[in-house]
Design a protein around this ligand. Structure first.
Ligand SMILES: [Zn+2]
Length: 371
């Protein structure tokens, strides 16, 4: 069975939720409809005429791309302009275009983590933190007989994770009192009679994003008609999300050695380098796309090198003066997302029993030639 467009995107957003994108980024469905069965998905960095022809030849009716095809509100949709003709071709061939941009960069195990991994960065942290998960404390009172059931349900739905530890909870026994009102059907006792019951107070933590799921599971497993529980916001923050990654290299490398690793890993014919090739690099920062803006973030975090694309002349001078090396493999280095997203999404679709297949786009969309 083929997957519906909405299903494909739900899987994609499970991995790279829209909420992770930076403000005003152009993401999501940009052209066509998801309200159809998807034959094949083509994963591309840029949607160029070659990529559209590839999708047509392949029989793909959904392109998942990193770079948007519509940046600003259209004043017209003339099909005698290059972009207009591209939109026309996509629509005529019923090919939808979905964009996953900064949400894919920020995602845990996404673009910037793939880059950090290729470079050999250990335990990468965001270069610029954008948001961190809000944590909640959940407290619920359960009769002793149902303590284990309710605790299991809460923990199975994702609550109780602190760092690398899961199933964290605290449980104290106590005496609960309640007086069932008229017309109630209490699990213990009877309407109009004050009841005392031995109960357990379960305490645990959860990220706010799991609130609905955890509370629903808790209520389902709880025997009481009215469940007494408290949810409150915590001061400490959960997991942090952000752009770029920074961390120590598994083994220090010279700038020249690291440049070769970058060229090979990102499959680029050349890289522009700022700094002495013999310099020893212990800590590295990476940022997919255009990272000129991030030299100060890299310096603040103690990085010896920033690996990013689209570095301009004056930024390179600033970095040189500040003692930060740069390796610029070009913006096209982000093409690594094609095989990674194809692999991930393909696996998720296969696991869901769908026959929709996912393909990494092949044309090289690097606009520059190196001569
Ligand atoms: Zn980019």
């Amino acid at each position: 069975m083929l997957a519906k467009g909405q299903t494909v995107i739900q899987l994609m957003e499970k991995f790279a939720p829209k909420s992770l994108a930076v403000e005003n980024d152009k993401i999501g469905l940009q052209l066509g409809t998801l309200n159809k069965e998807i034959t094949k998905v083509l994963v591309a960095l840029d949607v160029t005429p070659e990529v559209v022809d590839e999708a047509i030849a392949l029989g793909a009716n959904l392109i998942v791309a990193h770079h948007a095809i519509i940046f600003r509100p259209l004043a017209n949709l003339r099909t005698d302009t290059p972009m207009g003709a591209l939109y026309e071709k996509l629509i005529k061939h019923d090919i939808a275009v979905y964009i996953s941009h900064t949400n894919l960069d920020v995602a845990e195990g996404g673009m910037n983590d793939w880059m950090a991994d290729l470079v050999g960065i250990q335990q990468p942290k965001p270069l610029e933190e954008l948001q961190s998960e809000r944590l909640l404390k959940l407290v619920v009172y359960v009769p002793k007989s149902h303590h284990q059931n309710v605790l299991d349900a809460i923990l199975a739905s994702g609550a109780g994770v602190i760092g690398d530890y899961s199933h964290c909870s605290f449980n104290t026994e106590g005496l609960g009192t309640f007086l069932p009102g008229e017309g109630t059907q209490p699990h213990i006792g009877s309407p109009g009679k004050l009841e005392r019951a031995e109960e357990v107070r379960i305490e645990t933590v959860l990220p706010e994003s799991l609130k609905g799921k955890v509370v629903q599971a808790m209520i389902k497993a709880h025997p009481y008609e009215e469940v007494a529980y408290d949810l409150y916001a915590l001061e400490q923050k959960g997991k942090s999300y952000g752009l770029g990654r920074v961390g120590k290299l598994a083994q220090p490398k010279t700038l020249a050695e690291l440049t070769q690793i970058v060229k090979k890993g990102f499959d680029v014919p050349a890289a522009r380098v700022v700094g002495d090739g013999d310099r020893l690099i212990k800590k590295a920062a990476v940022l997919g796309g255009s990272g000129s803006r991030y030299i100060h973030h890299a310096l603040r975090q103690g990085a010896d090198v920033l690996i990013t694309g689209d570095v301009d002349y004056h930024t390179a001078h600033d970095a040189l003066m500040a003692g930060l090396a740069i390796i610029d493999p070009g913006h096209n280095s982000e093409k690594i997302m094609k095989r990674e997203v194809a692999k991930l999404l393909g696996q998720m679709l296969a696991d869901s029993g769908s026959e929709t297949t996912v393909h990494a786009s092949e044309p090289n969309t690097e606009p520059f030639r190196f001569v």
